[in-house]
Each structure stands twice: as structure tokens, then as C-alpha cells.
Design a protein. Structure first.
Length: 567
């Protein structure tokens, strides 16, 4: 509601930005600075001059490219950067091509990244700070293309030219070289790493400067102070050297739990690695304990008995059954055991990622496991993932049908699946003549979200359906929403009717915030509809009853406009 009042203040004052005389480019910049990236881009697309020779075109283009990059539209950045005019001023051209280099690195197009970087370095005479930035991007492109020797030589030259090397850059070099399997080369920057950084311990381990046993002891001591993916990576490397399957599984489960969501491909690879590790460990355990392939009952019994003493080995055995069990029932039971076991061990995100990348069709996963995995995704604000696991499931036995459909509606709405959200919400509304207060409140809130998401037609249908099925408190909100919808289409009398009905449903003698705002919006729409006496009555009521200085100021200003001699 605060946002609505803010927009109203802009409207009645003629727009704050316009009042300040701000030009359209500055407006777009302010929107971008406020985090409204898509809205700012829309302003750029509408207002940027078409002719590149026009004054300030380059400024517009740089804002556009920055917005596209922040929105992860890297392909668009590269396309526009490749078509920039050759006579573009040097400074914005350098900035644009540097941004294109970043976009090419982000999309693993190393050759293209180096092409743009070369133009900046050899044609545009960049200042020293920009030279450093571009050279680091070139190194990142070489690492991404796995040009091992080129990347290492570039790092050495960079260090030679930019001494002393800062700790952050040294850390980036070491991370890249370890990823390339060049631990001995990375030792060049060992002394530059922070002693508290787990990367230093990992490098010492990979370069045989510390034993696996000592690395495990140090990593465990640090993990006792709190989770760190870096120390789990140390443990994973030490476990590999020790051929300790249980520690390998423990480490990779925690790495999958803590991994950054920005790197989707890496996450998928880590999940696949964990599946392969489970299967390899299960094979070893089966051989050691003379478990016969195909004897699923014995494998399941053995896995269940190991759950308390060695949960990592137990999950490996269940993973074998989940992937290779002889019957659907066996596979489903094992899948549920893995998901539930990881959740119990507080690695629920690892469970979710494991099954996201299991290589299984969703209907091949146990239904109870799908309920659980969807709930994990829901709690982690991953609505599209939740819906994928919940697709086609019946209402869970411990949840009411209306509650389940509300959860489906909320997830679909937040995933941008508006039609699906509306269908689920309609099923809730149509299930009973009167909705309980809690369900009514959530249903109205979802309809509001749909309106805020730019779907007024769907929201209008839902609000109208909700009105006879909810109590007065929810009716007020629904009526206010209907007022917004009709105001947006220029139906001033209808909008005023809804707003005023919302205001009149307020309980008590002292009007609350919603009632006051509804009165104000009703008055404004009445004035626009030409119902001057009705509008005047509402403005005068506001002056008498509101304690909000901004509302009172607006009411007095609008009253003056309603005077006969007002021009």
C-alpha cells in the first residue's frame, strides 16, 4: 500500500522526476539504481535515439548494455557490441567492449572474449586500471577454454607487470590452476594466500606439502567452527588420496549442499559425481559383504541396518537400489530412504539437487519422495522446481485439498505460471460457499500478487469469485484490488465504486490505513469521472479524519481544483 500511495503522490504532483526537470536518460538511470532493471530497460528501448550520430546516443547505449548484462542477457550484449559504430567515442567504446568481453567469458566463448579484449588493448589506448581488468578477463577466458599453458604464462606476465600482486588476484590464479590440475604451478602464489583461506590448505595438499591425515585433522578443526565449502573440498581431496569412500561421500554431500546456485552446470556435474560415488561405494560394500547382485531384499536389509552406524555407506547402498533395483517398489523405497536420510542429516538441499540431476523422469521417482523434494524446493524459493516434482500428484494424505491447491497456486504464481496459478486458486474458491478466514486471506493475497505481476484480467476474475466467499476483512482487500483494475483501464466511476465500498467496510470508528487510502483513491476517481460533489465530500471527509499529512495535502490541493473558478 505504501507503494500505491507513493505512485499516487507522483501522479498528483505531475511526477517528481519531471518536476525536477530530469531528462529521460536520467530517469532510466534512477530506475536502474533503484533495482528496477527491466523497467529501466523498457525506458531505454522506448527513448534511445535510433541514430548513433545523435548527441548522447553512446550514453544511452552504455546504459542499455549494462542493463542487458545485469539481466544475464549476454547474447544481446554480444550482438550489440559487435555492431557498435567505429566512430563511437573511445571511453564508452572501451567500456562497451569490456562488457562484451565479460559476456563472452560468462557464456564460455573464450575466442570471442579475446577478440573483444584485443580491440580494447591494442586499438583504444586504455588507462592502466582498465588494462589490468582486461588482462584478467583474458586469463579467465583461457582457463575456461582449458588453455593451460597459455593461462599460466599470462598469469606470470601479469604478476611481472603489476607487482605487488594483490591477494584477491592471487587467489583467483590459484583457484584457476587447481581447476586445471596444475597444483605445482599454483605454488608460485602460495605465500600470497590468506592463512585462514581453506584454499591454502587445499593447495598444500594437492602439491604434496602436507599429508592427507594432517589435512583432514586441520579441516575437521575448522569445520567444528562452522560449515565451509572450502574445507569440505579439502576433505574430499584427502579422502580421494586415502581411498576413504565414507569420507568421500560425506564431503561430496556437503559440497552439494553448500554449492553456489549460480553455476548450474557445475551443480549438475557434482550431483552426477555423487551418484557415481554412491554406486562405486555400493559395489565395494557389496563385494566385501558378499551381497549377490539382484538380491534386492538382502541389499535393502543391509542398507537399513547400516543407517545408524554408517549413514554414508547406507545411502550408497540405497542409491544402488534406487538406480538398479529389480522392481519399481524397490527403487521407490530406496529413493525415499535417500531423500529422507539426507533431510534428517540437514542436507536437504543436497537431496533436492541429487534428484534434480538423477537422470530420471519425474514420474519414475517415488511419490512420497516427490512430495518431500517439492516441499524442500518450496522452502528454498524454487517454485518451478517444486512444481516439477509435484506435477500430477494427488493431494497428500496429511494436507487438506484446499491447502494443497493454495500451495500449488502460490508456487505457480511465483514461477510465472499465471494460468496454472489461477486454475489452482479457482479450484479452492469453487470448493466451498465460504472459505475459512486463513484460507480466504491467503487466496486474496495471491490474487493481489497476480494483479501486481501484471495480470489484471485473471486477478479481476479471482477477486469477483472471492467476494461472496470471504469475510468483510478480505472483501475490503478484494474490492480495493478491483478498484485498481478498473482505474487502470480508465473506468473512473466503476473504480470509485469499488474503492468506496472497500472504505465503507472498515470496522470501528477510527479508519485504518486501507480505509483512508480507499477513500482518497475513490475521491480522485470521482473527480476524474466528473462527479465533483461526490469527490468533494470524500476529500472533505479525509481532511477531517486523516492524520496523514501527505493525504491531507493531496485532499486540499484536489479540493481547490474542484472550485468553480479553478483554472
Amino acid at each position: 500500500m505504501r507503494n500505491l500511495l507513493f505512485m499516487l503522490l507522483l501522479w498528483v504532483s505531475g511526477g517528481a522526476l519531471a518536476a525536477e526537470g530530469a531528462d529521460t536518460l536520467e530517469v532510466a538511470r534512477r530506475l536502474a539504481g533503484a533495482g528496477a532493471l527491466q523497467l529501466a530497460l523498457s525506458h531505454v528501448e522506448q527513448s534511445q535515439p535510433r541514430d548513433a550520430a545523435v548527441s548522447r546516443w553512446a550514453e544511452w547505449e552504455m546504459l542499455r548494455l549494462n542493463l542487458l548484462f545485469q539481466l544475464n542477457r549476454h547474447a544481446d550484449v554480444l550482438q550489440r557490441a559487435g555492431a557498435l559504430p567505429a566512430n563511437m567515442p573511445a571511453a564508452p567504446l572501451r567500456e562497451a567492449l569490456t562488457l562484451a568481453t565479460r559476456a563472452a567469458v560468462a557464456t564460455a566463448q573464450g575466442t570471442l572474449a579475446r577478440h573483444f579484449a584485443a580491440r580494447v588493448l591494442w586499438q583504444l589506448n586504455p588507462p592502466a586500471g582498465e588494462v589490468k581488468e582486461i588482462r584478467l578477463l583474458v586469463i579467465e577466458s583461457q582457463v575456461a577454454d582449458r588453455k593451460d599453458d597459455d593461462a599460466f604464462r599470462s598469469m606470470l606476465r601479469f604478476q611481472q607487470d603489476h607487482q605487488p600482486l594483490d591477494r584477491g588476484t592471487a587467489t583467483r590464479f590459484v583457484e584457476a590452476l587447481l581447476e586445471l590440475g596444475m597444483a605445482k604451478e599454483a605454488v608460485n602464489w602460495l605465500g600470497s594466500l590468506d592463512d585462514a583461506n581453506p584454499l591454502k590448505l587445499l593447495l598444500r595438499l594437492r602439491a604434496d606439502l602436507v599429508s592427507a591425515d594432517a589435512a583432514v585433522a586441520q579441516a575437521r578443526a575448522q569445520l567444528a567452527k562452522g560449515d565451509s565449502i572450502g574445507y569440505w573440498q579439502v576433505l574430499a581431496q584427502a579422502a580421494t588420496q586415502q581411498k576413504n569412500r565414507a569420507l568421500q561421500i560425506e564431503s561430496l554431500e556437503n559440497i552439494l549442499q553448500l554449492a553456489d546456485t549460480k553455476h548450474a552446470q557445475r551443480l549438475a556435474a557434482q550431483a552426477q559425481d555423487l551418484w557415481q560415488l554412491y554406486l562405486a561405494a555400493a559395489q565395494e560394500i557389496g563385494n566385501q559383504n558378499r551381497l549377490l547382485m539382484g538380491d534386492d531384499l538382502t541389499w535393502a536389509d543391509f542398507a537399513a541396518r547400516r543407517l545408524g552406524t554408517s549413514p554414508f555407506e547406507s545411502r550408497a547402498l540405497f542409491a544402488h537400489l534406487a538406480q538398479r533395483g529389480q522392481t519399481r517398489e524397490t527403487r521407490h523405497n530406496a529413493q525415499l530412504q535417500i531423500a529422507f536420510s539426507l533431510q534428517t542429516a540437514k542436507r536437504e538441499l543436497a537431496a533436492l539437487r541429487l534428484f534434480q540431476h538423477a537422470g530420471l523422469e519425474v514420474d519414475a521417482i517415488d511419490s512420497q519422495a516427490r512430495y518431500l523434494l517439492g516441499a524442500i524446493a518450496e522452502s528454498r524459493n524454487l517454485p518451478a522446481v517444486a512444481l516439477r516434482f509435484w506435477q500430477g500428484l494427488n493431494t497428500p494424505p496429511d494436507i487438506g485439498a484446499e491447502e494443497w491447491q493454495l500451495r500449488i497456486a502460490a508456487a505457480a504464481l511465483r514461477a510465472g505460471m499465471m494460468e496454472r496459478a489461477a486454475a489452482a486458486l479457482k479450484s479452492v474458491i469453487g470448493a466451498a460457499k465460504a472459505l475459512p478466514a486463513e484460507l480466504a486471506q491467503r487466496s486474496v493475497a495471491l490474487a493481489q500478487e497476480m494483479l501486481d505481476a501484471g495480470k489484471p484480467d485473471l486477478a479481476n476474475e479471482l477477486f469477483e469469485a472471492l467476494l461472496p466467499r470471504v469475510g468483510a476483512a478480505q472483501q475490503r482487500t478484494a474490492l480495493f484490488g478491483l478498484g485498481r483494475i478498473h482505474e487502470s483501464t480508465g473506468q473512473w466511476p466503476v473504480a470509485a465504486d469499488y474503492y468506496l465500498r472497500s472504505a465503507l467496510l472498515a470496522d470501528g470508528r477510527t479508519p485504518d490505513t486501507l480505509a483512508l487510502q480507499a477513500r482518497l483513491f475513490a475521491a480522485l476517481n470521482l473527480a476524474r469521472a466528473g462527479y465533483k460533489d461526490d469527490a468533494r465530500a470524500q476529500f472533505e471527509w479525509l481532511i477531517r479524519n486523516s492524520k496523514d499529512a501527505a493525504q491531507i495535502e493531496i485532499a486540499r490541493r484536489e479540493l481547490k481544483k474542484l472550485q468553480p473558478d479553478h483554472v
